[in-house]
Design a protein around this ligand. Structure first.
Ligand SMILES: [Zn+2]
Length: 252
């Protein structure tokens, strides 16, 4: 079983423009903070994997990180993409259909270019409405229309839905299944242990997230991995010999 921490970013802002940017939200991060976080991941040699590698079981038993970017901000293309390309890191982007092409948002051409570079694209809805408060018909439309539009423009299957505001309910999950999405992403801070569940959890990074907290979370993930590896080893080596039942330990 693989332990994966999915990091969720929004807009990245150049440090020298930070004070001059009026429309910042708590989810905007400075370029230098983003770089420091990537530096830590790479210094610790924590693998940065893609959803497709993880969901298709192409990563080994290990602790990995997935990078995601919501809302389709222009900084995805202008700031994040060059950094990721330079470092050879995988990432997934979740644009909102009705935002595409707006000022400060990515365009279809940019999304196509990112997709051609093997970055994954998923859906973040059509209108960025809270799915858990939507009438069923409107919710279905959000899911189906966003999926179809992205698939038509990008000519690739769209299988992951990042729920706007991380909000969803049982109906949302059923509708997402009906619309042939394989996964729904939340914004609950949790390390995912395996990918069997329909909902996968993410950590929403803010500009108030201290690097110490970031390092602690990733170290916790690494420790979880070592604990799981150790217990897996015990299980494989000794369970047959002694008939030990340590599955329950593994699931703790
Ligand atoms: Zn969003």
């Amino acid at each position: 079983m693989s332990a994966v921490l999915i990091l969720n970013y929004h807009r990245v802002i150049e440090d020298h423009l930070w004070d001059k940017t009026a429309d910042k939200t708590k989810f905007c991060v400075k370029r230098s903070a983003f770089i420091n976080q990537l530096d830590f991941i790479q210094r610790r040699e924590i693998p940065v994997v893609s959803f497709s590698d993880w969901l298709n079981n192409r990563i080994k038993d290990t602790f990995s990180v997935i990078l995601t970017f919501d809302d389709g901000n222009r900084s995805d293309y202008e700031i994040v993409l060059p950094i990721l390309k330079d470092r050879g890191l995988a990432a997934s982007f979740f644009p909102v259909i009705s935002f595409i092409g707006e000022e400060n948002r990515t365009s279809w051409e940019q999304l196509k270019e990112m997709e051609a570079l093997n970055f994954e694209i998923g859906s973040h809805g059509v209108s960025h409405e809270n799915m858990s408060e939507m009438a069923a018909g409107a919710g279905e439309l959000e899911l189906e229309l966003s999926k179809k539009t992205l698939e038509k423009k990008l000519e690739k299957p769209i299988i992951i839905f990042a729920a706007p505001f991380g909000q969803y309910n049982r109906k949302t999950l059923q509708m997402a299944k009906n619309a042939n999405f394989q996964k729904v992403l939340s914004t609950q801070i949790k390390i995912n242990r395996g990918h069997k569940a329909m909902v996968l959890h993410r950590w929403n990074l803010k500009h108030t997230t201290k690097i110490e907290a970031f390092e602690k979370m990733l170290t916790k993930g690494s420790r979880l991995y070592y604990k799981m590896s150790f217990l897996s080893l015990l299980k494989n080596r000794f369970s047959r010999l002694f008939g030990l039942k340590i599955d329950s330990l593994l699931s703790k």
